[in-house]
Design a protein around this ligand. Structure first.
Ligand SMILES: Cc1cc2nc3c(=O)[nH]c(=O)nc-3n(C[C@H](O)[C@H](O)[C@H](O)COP(=O)(O)O)c2cc1C
Ligand SMILES: [Mn+2]
Length: 485
């Protein structure tokens, strides 16, 4: 049964030995970061700080910070199970006869459970505060020494597309400016920014309603980071993962809906045209992202549960919690990518590549130039457009083994011939590109080169010992008293 809310998930983590409570005072100013960083880098548990300094609200951090915790969050034995379920739907065929139709019913029921369910109230309305509230009551982290301030780091930011009315939920950090005001760091390419642009085009003076939920059931929190196509509702995807609809409740001050089981909800608006300096922020690249102008979020009303719990994460030099969240994205989206690019066998985004800097991809090559076709397809595929370096290898290379990729790819390339540069949009966090959001990207065709690609020299085999010799030496090895390999 899917977790109902954050508390349910905390109980699960605790039962599985995946959570440590910290019963004494720790400072949300830098100290919690140092705890979380050490924990994730040493394979430690999720942390629940029961007494953050200057707040009565406990802080949960690193709840997703290992593959095991990602599996518990998404209630699967392996993240591949979700990929397999998606593949099952993509390969669904028209049923044959009565028995075929009957066999399909569970799948249809599964589809029915995806859709969010509107409810009239929920625990997030336990306490409703229209005035006399302040963000200072919450233990919002000051993450790194040179950060521009305190940042809400794990928010689910809800807005509606002004043209289609469709909902979007994205995770965009929010810098606290004062008790009622924050930044809204939706980057240019993201859906929140698109809604803002559409509204601004219609009405330069108006307001854009926005609601921010902090802490909910883990699948719903997680769905906020998924790179879904713009018109796909993250809440529906969460329902699909959970096998149970997400219950949504209307805000007090706008028609935006938020998960009814949220811990904390900030309701408010963004003034169209109002920008303010945001940052710097110690980011998931491992560098401080530079300060820049971003929209401003004004909080009008806060609703929360009785004794709310504040959910947070920190990002920084990899690997951090977001690496595990991203690894799950890599696995979940592979079947969808394969639908567009059937030659793809596997992909890997190593931690050091911080997602957008490096994608390793293995393909089954069937025609000349196919590796380059795959690169260009990836540069045209949603947020994968940010991929700064794409390395394409043949299917015999295990891309999950970065050492194997480095060894084979570097042997296989003639750099001038096999590296292709393109220019286009780059990640907003890229600090090296010639311009913000615009720069160059590189694809490396490290597949074996064919005659039909103009390569006429012979291509050598990889060295391997013959199996009979291996077996013989297994015995001799033991006779020699050497340890078995
Ligand atoms: C911890 C964390 C923090 C993030 N912070 C931001 C951010 O500040 N701004 C941003 O544009 N994207 C941020 N992202 C990435 C977006 O959540 C992600 O690109 C998401 O797919 C955007 O959703 P959208 O396509 O609905 O806009 C963050 C992701 C994580 C995991
Ligand atoms: Mn979206």
């Amino acid at each position: 049964m899917a977790s109902t809310d954050l508390r349910d998930f905390i109980r699960t983590l605790e039962k599985q030995g995946e959570l440590k409570r910290i019963p004494f005072e720790v400072d949300p100013y830098l100290e919690i970061t140092e705890f979380a960083d050490r924990a994730v880098k040493s394979g430690g548990p999720a942390l629940l700080f029961e007494k953050p300094r200057n707040s009565r609200v406990p802080v949960l951090i690193n709840a997703f910070a290992s593959m095991r915790r990602m599996e518990l969050a998404l209630e699967v034995d392996s993240i591949e199970d979700i990929a397999a379920r998606i593949a099952g739907f993509l390969q669904m065929q028209k049923p044959e006869g009565f028995i075929g139709t009957m066999k399909m019913l569970p799948k249809l029921k599964e589809l029915g459970s995806m859709f969010p369910k509107k409810v009239s109230s929920g625990p997030c309305k336990d306490v409703i505060r229209h005035k006399d509230f302040s963000l200072d009551e919450f233990p919002i982290l000051h993450c790194w020494p040179h950060d521009g301030g305190r940042f809400i780091t794990l928010p689910m930011v809800f807005s509606n597309n002004p043209e289609t009315g469709k909902r979007n939920c994205g995770m965009y950090r929010m810098q606290v400016f004062d008790g009622q005001t924050t930044g809204m760091h939706w980057q240019k390419h993201k859906q929140g920014a698109e809604h803002y642009r559409r509204l601004l085009a219609q009405n330069k003076e108006g307001r854009m309603p926005v609601a921010v939920a902090i802490g909910a059931d883990p699948a719903t929190m997680y769905s906020a980071i998924l790179p879904l196509p713009p018109e796909i509702d993250e809440m529906m995807f969460s329902g699909f993962i959970r096998g149970r609809p997400v219950e949504m409740v209307k805000c007090e001050t706008s028609s935006i809906e938020v998960p009814a089981h949220s811990e904390i909800v900030l309701e408010g608006y963004v003034n169209l045209g109002e920008l303010r300096r945001e940052g710097p922020f110690g980011d998931h690249t491992g560098f401080y992202s530079l300060d820049d102008d971003y929209p401003v979020f004004h909080v009008e009303c806060i609703t929360h549960r009785k004794n709310p719990i504040y959910a947070a994460t920190i990002v920084g030099p990899p690997p951090m919690e977001d690496f595990y969240m991203g690894k799950a994205i890599e696995r979940i989206f592979l079947p969808l990518m394969k639908m567009q690019l059937p030659e793809v066998r596997d992909i890997c985004m190593p931690a050091e590549g911080v997602f957008h800097n490096l994608i390793l991809i293995s393909i089954r090559k069937s025609y000349p130039g196919q590796a380059r076709k795959v690169m260009h397809a990836i540069w045209g595929l949603g947020q994968a457009m940010f991929s700064k370096c794409i390395v394409v290898v043949d299917e015999d290379v295990d891309v999950q083994n970065v050492q194997e990729v480095a060894w084979k790819a570097l042997n296989n390339i003639d750099p001038q011939r096999d590296i292709e540069f393109v220019t286009g949009p780059v990640d907003s966090l890229d600090h090296a590109s010639r311009l913000p959001n615009f720069g160059s990207k590189m694809g490396i065709d490290a597949t074996m080169k064919w005659q039909s690609e103009g390569f006429t020299r012979p291509w050598p085999k990889v060295i391997e010992m013959s199996p009979d010799v291996k077996t013989r030496v297994d015995d001799l090895w033991k006779r020699a008293g050497l340890h078995r390999r």
